[in-house]
Design a protein around this ligand. Structure first.
Ligand code: PHE
Length: 329
């Protein structure tokens, strides 16, 4: 009996040591210490023994029971901890792995420059207005003092749509729409897409312009020059050499063109914008008395600004939308 008990206890301890899952350990607790467990049956057995033997073995079994209990509880505790640890490791992030790359988009360089120009002119008190890209020939040409027979119309190689409508060749059409719908004084800019049948390293069939228009009292060409100089310096920096040249547009008189040196210091000039004092006939066309009001207007190419600013020699880079190119801005 003594031997049996000793081997029994030894075996149980061995078994507990080998358990390695929580489920097994809990099952073992029931099997050994439970109501119908192994120890209970052992206690039952010793009841049949003589009083002396019973006392001796009873003490031994009681000691064993305490020991087994604490062994099992320790084991359960240990396994619980291990499983928790396991869960944490499974859920946690491996900080040594390279991070997942995210490609954030950004504005196209043309949109960036447009926004920059809008901000600059906003600060000078200009308000943004917009007009349609599909335009009548009246708003694109006639109202701007450019009748059908006018030689300047040949310069704009126009895309015609139907029933006399066309894709606007410049944002100047918005000048007319604005003067028709509002009363002076006016101080507006109008960014937008324009179209011409042209395609080479410095021309696109669809490109962007910003139109500017001021109508007020006592406006002179020095106001125009000051406004343009301020805007151009804000865009390119104070040191950028600029040049005003006399020019011709049917809707301004006198008319000028503004060039910017490109590339710096090499004595080469690139045309940036056209401008002038609003032609009295244009004012009359929209019912504004040119004796009372004067105005100036300008129109500049956004791609041109971007090319000059970033030193890009082929305008066709912009609509190609190659990420390797666009990522530079
Ligand atoms: N509309 C002209 C162009 O596209 C530019 C311009 C605008 C000139 C306003 C004078 C006044 O070339």
């Amino acid at each position: 009996m003594e031997e049996i008990s000793e081997t029994f206890i030894k075996n149980v301890k061995e078994k507990i040591k080998r358990v390695n899952t929580l489920v097994e350990a809990k099952k073992m607790k029931v099997d050994i210490l439970g109501k119908n467990g192994l120890l209970k049956s052992k206690f039952a057995e010793i009841k049949k023994l003589s009083p002396e033997k019973r006392a001796e073995l009873g003490k031994m079994l009681n000691d064993a029971k305490r020991e087994i209990e604490s062994l099992l509880l320790d084991k359960i505790h240990e396994l619980k901890k291990m499983e928790e640890q396991h869960k944490i490791v499974e859920k946690s992030i491996d900080l040594t792995l390279p991070g997942a790359r995210r490609n954030f988009g950004k504005l196209h360089p043309i949109s960036q420059i447009t926004q920059e120009c809008v901000d600059i002119f906003n600060k000078m008190g200009f308000e943004v207005v917009e007009g349609p890209e599909i335009e009548s020939s009246y708003y694109n040409f006639e109202a701007l003092n450019t009748p059908e027979w006018h030689p300047a119309r040949d310069l704009h190689d126009t895309f015609y749509v139907n029933d006399g409508r066309l894709l606007r060749t410049h944002t100047s059409s918005v000048q007319i729409r604005t003067m028709e719908s509002r009363k002076p004084p006016l101080r507006v800019i109008s960014p937008g897409r324009v179209y011409r049948k042209d395609y080479d390293s410095s021309h696109l069939p669809a490109f962007f312009q910003i139109e500017g228009l001021v109508v007020d009292k006592n406006v002179s060409i020095s106001d125009l020059k000051g406004t343009l100089e301020n805007a151009i310096k804000s865009i390119f920096g104070n040191d950028k050499p600029i040049r005003f040249r006399p020019h011709y547009f049917p809707f301004t008189e006198p008319s000028i063109e503004v060039d910017v040196s490109f590339p710096e210091g090499k004595g080469k000039w690139l045309e940036l914008l056209g401008a002038g004092m609003v032609h009295p006939q244009v004012l009359r066309n929209v019912g504004i008395d040119p004796k009372e009001w004067q105005g100036f207007a300008f129109g500049m190419g956004i791609e041109r600004i971007a090319m000059l600013k970033y030193g890009i020699s082929d305008i066709r880079e912009f609509p190609r939308n190659y990420l390797d190119f666009l990522k530079n801005f």
